[in-house]
Design a binder for this molecule. Structure first.
Ligand code: AMP
Ligand code: GLY
Length: 436
């Protein structure tokens, strides 16, 4: 019997819970959640509700249920030190320690590491703790991106041309950031198509899962504010229509070098997910950032088609034996779209109830920010339900996914263009223009 603790309550963790329970092992799932996700609860032997910062409650729940290892879903518990807490009571985790979660929480740490160990993949960048030299540096680049250093959920990042126009505005924003943050990163704006590459590391060996493309903007046609991600797709051949297999391998190579650099720099092995946001530019694949966890929504795509036994994979990572396992995926395309509150992402204190009528078995429904109460499924201000269609082609997967939205009733909507031929053709044309 393998007792597994899962920390997290989103759609990503629902997909993870499902992968755990799909495993052929003799397993039981114990879930620690901050809201009652009904999908995860249904798959769990036992559930505890609490705050991720209540490490004593998490430890007690783990001890009481004789947990063999813990899997940490979101960035918050990683940043709070959930892995370190588990280690204190002799439980191994799939996820980095608080120290190594800096890969995500400190953008400057990661950029400096990549630079120090000559990994390659960085844009021109500099970290500023004051405005000294800032004006001169801004003038060295055509267009720039400004990033507050620290965990801001990607929301503090401002891109020239999208969020502001002039270097003066860039300077003012840096100044504003420095009033509340110890440092700000200024980097060259990269132009190209983005993909997410979620890799698994045992500290020495790094393996990749199929590349995914996420859609950050709220509305069709990539319009509106940035969000946590409105939907994503993968292709059956383990690549994406606008990229080459080599592009993904370049992302993997960068990630392998980063895992090695982390070990050299800290003496600690990075165990867990290294999810790189990459961009394919005219000059090749470049790194935008790393996250220390599976992507949300990207995890829903890749977990849905994972052929390898999930517990075997997680255990191999935790035990430093990733070289002994083949990570395989069904040759199927996936399209994931999020139903989100109509006013997402700007509104706070959103209230409402959603319902989902019968969904065919070959469509996956993953609950996100919902709370199951006696009178129904309550929504919050965050994303509501992830829907994944799986088929031989992206086109068919998109159609399957889209068909389900008639069955979701409540104050939510979604992006209808994700995974459509038109939008994918735009990505292909964009990339062609860049490579020419
Ligand atoms: P991050 O939080 O670093 O992922 O940044 C959020 C978004 O800003 C990314 O998904 C990119 O679309 C964009 N971005 C970040 N850094 C750059 C860059 N150097 N060049 C162009 N776009 C960027
Ligand atoms: N897909 C965006 C994220 O997981 O951060």
């Amino acid at each position: 019997m393998t007792n597994i603790l899962l920390i997290g309550n989103g759609a990503r963790e629902h997909a993870m819970a499902e992968a755990v329970m799909r495993s052929k092992r003799d397993q039981k799932l114990f879930s620690f959640m901050k809201a009652n996700n009904p999908g995860i609860a249904d798959l769990s032997e036992k559930v505890a509700l609490g705050s991720y910062s209540d490490v004593d409650a998490i430890k007690a729940f783990a001890k009481e249920n004789e947990i063999d290892f813990a899997i940490i879903g979101p960035e918050d518990p990683l940043n709070i030190g959930a892995v370190d807490s588990m280690e204190e009571i002799g439980i191994k985790s799939f996820g980095p320690s608080k120290n190594l979660a800096r890969l995500e929480t400190s953008k400057s740490w990661t950029r400096m590491l990549v630079q120090k160990y000559n990994v390659g993949g960085n844009p021109l960048f500099r970290v500023f703790t004051s405005v000294e030299g800032l004006k001169e540096f801004l003038e060295q680049m055509d267009e720039v991106v400004i990033k507050p250093d620290g965990l801001t959920g990607g929301k503090g990042v401002k891109v020239q041309g999208d969020h502001f126009d002039t270097k003066e505005e860039a300077y003012d924003y840096c100044k504003e950031v420095l009033e509340t943050h110890a440092s700000v990163i200024v980097e060259e704006k990269l132009v190209g198509e983005e993909f997410s590459l979620q890799c698994v590391s045992d500290g020495v060996n790094v393996v990749m899962t199929p590349p995914v493309q996420d859609h950050k903007r709220r509305f069709n046609g990539d319009k509106g504010p940035n969000t946590g991600g409105m939907g994503s797709y993968t292709d059956a051949d383990g690549s994406l229509p606008f990229m080459t297999k080599q592009d993904a391998l370049d992302g993997l190579e960068i990630t392998r070098k980063v895992a090695k650099a982390i070990l050299e720099e800290t003496g600690e092995k990075y165990v867990g997910v290294m999810y790189g946001g990459f961009i394919i530019t005219k000059k090749g694949v470049r790194l935008i950032e790393y996250n220390a966890r599976w992507g949300d929504p990207e995890a829903m795509n890749t977990h849905s088609v994972m052929k390898t036994d999930y517990i075997d994979l997680i255990e191999a990572a935790v035990d430093g034996k990733l070289d002994q396992i083949d990570v395989e995926f069904e040759p199927m395309a996936t399209v994931c779209k999020y139903a989100v509150p109509t006013e997402y992402p700007d509104a706070k204190n959103v209230e409402g109830v959603v319902s989902v009528a019968d969904v065919p078995e070959d469509i996956k429904i993953y609950y996100a920010s919902v709370d199951k109460r006696e009178d129904g499924l309550h929504i919050t201000s965050s994303r509501t339900i992830g829907v994944v269609g799986i088929a031989r082609t992206i086109k068919e997967a998109e159609a399957k996914c889209e068909a389900i939205f008639d069955k979701i009733k409540g104050p939510v909507d979604h992006r209808t263009d994700i995974g459509t031929e038109d939008l994918i053709q735009k990505r292909i044309d964009h990339m062609k223009e860049i490579r020419d």
